[in-house]
Design a protein. Structure first.
Ligand SMILES: *[C@@H]1O[C@H](CO)[C@@H](O)[C@H](O)[C@H]1NC(C)=O
Ligand SMILES: *[C@@H]1O[C@H](CO)[C@@H](O)[C@H](O)[C@H]1NC(C)=O
Ligand SMILES: *[C@@H]1O[C@H](CO)[C@@H](O)[C@H](O)[C@H]1NC(C)=O
Ligand SMILES: *[C@@H]1O[C@H](CO)[C@@H](O)[C@H](O)[C@H]1NC(C)=O
Ligand SMILES: *[C@@H]1O[C@H](CO)[C@@H](O)[C@H](O)[C@H]1NC(C)=O
Length: 455
């Protein structure tokens, strides 16, 4: 059942009914171009209960500190209006203004007459609704902008704080604990969508001349004292003290894949009527300890409609595979584990199919010493290497499971690379050259994504 979260006090006027041409002209950010940051940094935290990665955004005046779940494929940043205090710098985006037209593609208008204006309830406001077929939830959002405070970086430390004016986002009457399967303590979603004018990365790079339209993610693993990072604008990236060199030299590059019709995957609160915001790469095969896993590789490319099938997601925690790929991976991993690592299989712990006693598995810098999984990617001979820390999940004392999940025979995409697999790797998404770079595990270099970035 579809449910609508728009409140009855909101009156929707469709665009053809509106005749007012807005006097509110989008103010360009030229005023900021004199200052010269090259990159910005956001801290990334992990919630161990929900397995969500989030950042805390300092927004508005006085500050609202909003915990926002990082959604790599999100078109918009979303907030729960009810948790956003009145801010003197908040401005609704007027309906049919240039900015409204540029950001929402097929918008509607909202008039809210219910009490004094506040975020989410203003007159003549740009709005849209989003329906997510997976959660069967329809969400109504109004578009507004406010000042956010972001730290610049040199790749090592957080440097100066900048006030970024006109940061646009959508806000709605949204209970984020019901948006995600496992609940959420967040007040929003931070969208980093590929083709979106409203992605955080795109907004920052269009406001600052020296900030390139690229960003990097470094997701922390559990129980770390320091935070991970999102870097916006590109490298260098440093992971001190153990990896003193610029980690962008570690990045293995593979093209971002954009197809027509668009690839198809819907993270929470995404709109289905806009071009895909997701980051797809071309995984050509999988190896275990250097040996090819045998399965029908057309599953990696085709689903009958010509879609590319490996998406990178920060909102899925465990990597999900098409059933045929999953079965082949488990079969070969179990065989390799028994013959070469003498690992002892124990019963399965759903959703995981292959579990082992950890008693005779050594611990190494890169996690449990289990067979190594390589993802072979387009355009590079060097694979995305997955060590025990990213492939195995501790389900209870002395039991480790292969942390991949069977997505069935008709999944939305054949492979969803999830957060657990991405932890402690540096991933760069370059929207200018349309490339994805990955470092494989920083643990291999005795570094990790959890870094102190204050001096
Ligand atoms: C809104 O204001 C209240 C009261 O001052 C404060 O407790 C709360 O943290 C503020 N909300 C945010 C998101 O910062
Ligand atoms: C926005 O789009 C509407 C409908 O196409 C159009 O009437 C309006 O003039 C546009 N606004 C601007 C500022 O271009
Ligand atoms: C992004 O903005 C540009 C210029 O404002 C506009 O031409 C383009 O259609 C927008 N793209 C999207 C996806 O909204
Ligand atoms: C993690 O999420 C759970 C469930 O939403 C919440 O109860 C808990 O407070 C969160 N923990 C932190 C540290 O935010
Ligand atoms: C890795 O780092 C730890 C401290 O975090 C240090 O004790 C250890 O000697 C380092 N190992 C290598 C091989 O550099």
């Amino acid at each position: 059942m579809a449910s609508s979260s728009s409140s009855s006090s909101l009156h929707l006027f469709f665009l053809f009914l509106i005749t007012i041409v807005s006097a509110f002209i989008c103010v360009s950010s030229n005023a900021f171009k004199q200052t010269k940051p090259n990159a910005f940094i956001f801290p990334v935290k992990k919630n161990d209960t929900t397995h969500q990665f989030y950042t805390t955004l300092d927004m508005g005046k006085p500050s609202n500190y909003m915990n926002m779940v990082i959604d790599l494929g999100g078109q918009f940043s979303w907030l729960d209006c009810n948790q956003y205090n009145i801010s003197s710098t908040y401005r609704p985006i007027r309906c049919m203004s240039a900015k409204c037209n540029a950001t929402t593609e097929g918008f509607t208008c909202m008039d809210c007459l219910d009490g004094p204006p506040r975020p989410g309830c203003t007159r003549d406001t740009c709005a849209f609704s989003s329906y997510n077929p997976e959660t069967e939830m329809s969400i109504f959002g109004v578009v507004g902008e406010d000042t956010i405070r972001v730290s610049s970086t040199d790749g090592r430390f957080s440097l100066l704080d900048f006030d970024i004016r006109h940061f646009s986002f959508a806000c709605g009457d949204i209970d984020f604990s019901s948006v995600f399967d496992k609940g959420s303590a967040s007040q929003g979603i931070l969208g980093l969508g590929r083709a979106s004018n409203t992605s955080v990365a795109t907004q920052l790079s269009s406001a600052f001349k020296h900030v390139h339209n690229k960003f990097a993610l470094c997701l922390p693993s559990s129980k770390q004292f320091y935070f991970g990072s999102i870097f916006v604008g590109g490298g260098p990236y440093y992971f001190l003290p153990h990896y003193p060199d610029d980690a962008s030299k570690l990045l293995i590059k593979t093209p971002l894949i954009v197809t027509n019709p668009p690839n198809n995957y819907h993270p929470p609160l995404s709109r289905t009527d806009v071009s895909s915001q997701d980051y797809f790469i071309d995984v050509k095969g999988i190896k275990i300890d250097g040996k090819q896993v045998s399965f029908d590789t057309s599953l990696l490319w085709l689903n009958g409609e010509g879609f590319v099938e490996t998406v990178i997601s920060t909102v899925n925690y465990y990597t999900v595979l098409h059933s045929a790929i999953y079965k082949a991976l488990v079969r070969d991993f179990v065989k390799e584990a028994a013959t070469n690592k003498k690992m002892k299989r124990v019963g399965s712990f759903p959703p995981f199919g292959a579990c082992f006693s950890s008693e005779n598995i050594k611990n190494t810098m890169t996690g449990p010493a289990v067979p190594i999984i390589d993802l072979v990617v387009k355009g590079n001979n060097v694979p995305w290497r997955i060590y025990g820390a990213n492939s195995m999940v501790k389900v209870k004392k002395n039991v480790l499971c292969l942390g991949f999940v069977d997505g069935g025979s008709f999944p939305i995409t054949s492979i969803i690379l999830g957060g657990h697999l991405l932890e402690n790797s540096l991933l760069e998404f370059d929207l200018e050259s349309s490339m994805v770079g990955f470092s494989s595990s920083l643990l291999f270099h005795n570094a990790s994504c959890s870094q102190s970035r204050v001096f």
